[in-house]
Design a binder for this molecule. Structure first.
Ligand SMILES: NC(=O)c1ccc[n+]([C@@H]2O[C@H](COP(=O)([O-])OP(=O)(O)OC[C@H]3O[C@@H](n4cnc5c(N)ncnc54)[C@H](OP(=O)(O)O)[C@@H]3O)[C@@H](O)[C@H]2O)c1
Length: 300
């Protein structure tokens, strides 16, 4: 039972969804302007003022490509700030729920990753998120590190919204077909975290550590794009949304090599969620169901 929650990064996708989810609870919900995680003294001061029972930290440096040239800032927010939040939570005997990423893996495994698999990030962003995980795990406080993937939603900047914009502007798209993962909606993450907060017994040893938390199933970015267009087209007449220019025939499947980016991405981002189910009896719906739910909430 957590009486007072401190929530960071409320203008991000997951932070925003969590803020809405916890409206009824006593939540101190802070934007970057109210709690800048690059300022260690501010983190300590604010956590000590608020005295939460639980800190939930979805704030992060998430600009994967930019991180290649902003390593210091990425590490300050994803690693140092995570460590300081954990130290302050520890000091208050509070719990910490922190978010991490599929990008801690190199993507060379054939099957879906389990939590105990070897990590080997291939980007600065991935290394900075891993450093945050390690810093939290080095302390003995009760914590949940939730590794998720391919986050999107009706709110915020993400692949889903970019595809809808491009599909209304262009006649054709070229989308990567050889990276696989689970598109995971911020709303589904918030639902699962609300259940976790209810069920979490921080003093039980098996309820601390790393958990994978994604929508079920997997696809490629190309497969996800086709399903986004499909889901949009199913609703657009009823909703009087404008017709898209793109249809399935003109979404070209390209390879990662055809679309070079500053940061490398894992080819296999699939995360096995069995540990979450076995420990907390929490299972997220399929990514297709997650997508339909997001599309229902979209307003253009
Ligand atoms: N997005 C993905 O595909 C993805 C995939 C796997 C894991 N994750 C992880 O999931 C978590 C949630 O990601 P998300 O998709 O919700 O990210 P997001 O939409 O990019 O939001 C990140 C939030 O962090 C805030 N932030 C950045 N720098 C900050 C600072 N110095 N101080 C305080 N806040 C700061 C941003 O503030 P502003 O709004 O002011 O910019 C933003 O609100 C993160 O831990 C991320 O690493 C994300």
């Amino acid at each position: 039972m957590h009486n007072k929650i401190l929530l960071t990064g409320i203008n991000g996708q997951v932070g925003h969804a969590l803020k809405l989810k916890f409206l009824q609870d006593e939540v101190i919900a802070l934007s970057r302007e109210q709690l800048d995680l690059s300022k260690v003294h501010d983190i300590r001061r604010i956590v000590r003022e608020v005295k939460p029972d639980l800190i939930i930290n979805p704030a992060a440096y998430t600009a994967v490509d930019k991180a290649e040239t902003e390593s210091e800032l990425a590490f300050a927010i994803n690693a140092t700030a995570a460590q300081v939040l954990a130290e302050e939570a520890d000091r208050l005997n509070a719990g910490l729920i922190h978010f991490s990423t599929d990008y801690v893996y190199d993507g060379t495994k054939k099957e879906a990753y389990i939590e105990s698999d070897e990590v080997n990030p291939v980007s600065v962003y991935g290394r900075s998120k891993l450093a945050g995980e390690d810093a939290i795990r080095a302390l003995c406080l009760p914590h949940l590190i939730l590794r998720t993937s391919w986050v999107y939603g009706a709110y915020g900047k993400n692949f889903f919204k970019t595809i809808l914009r491009l599909a209304s502007e262009r006649d054709s798209l070229r989308i990567v077909v050889d990276q696989f993962g689970a598109p995971t909606s911020s709303e589904c993450i918030a639902d699962a975290v609300a259940q976790l907060v209810d069920r979490w017994q921080p003093n039980q040893e098996n309820q601390t550590g790393i958990f994978h938390l994604t929508n079920a199933g997997s696809t490629s970015w190309h497969g996800f794009s086709c399903e986004i267009i499909n889901a949009y087209n199913c609703l657009h007449e009823d909703r009087k949304w404008p017709e898209l220019k793109v249809n399935f025939e003109n979404i070209a499947a390209i390879t990662t090599a055809d679309y070079p980016t500053p940061a490398a991405r894992p080819a296999n981002s699939r995360l096995d969620n069995t540990k979450l189910k076995n420990t907390f009896n929490i299972e997220l719906p399929s990514w297709q169901v997650g997508l339909q739910q997001v599309m229902q909430t979209l307003s253009l």
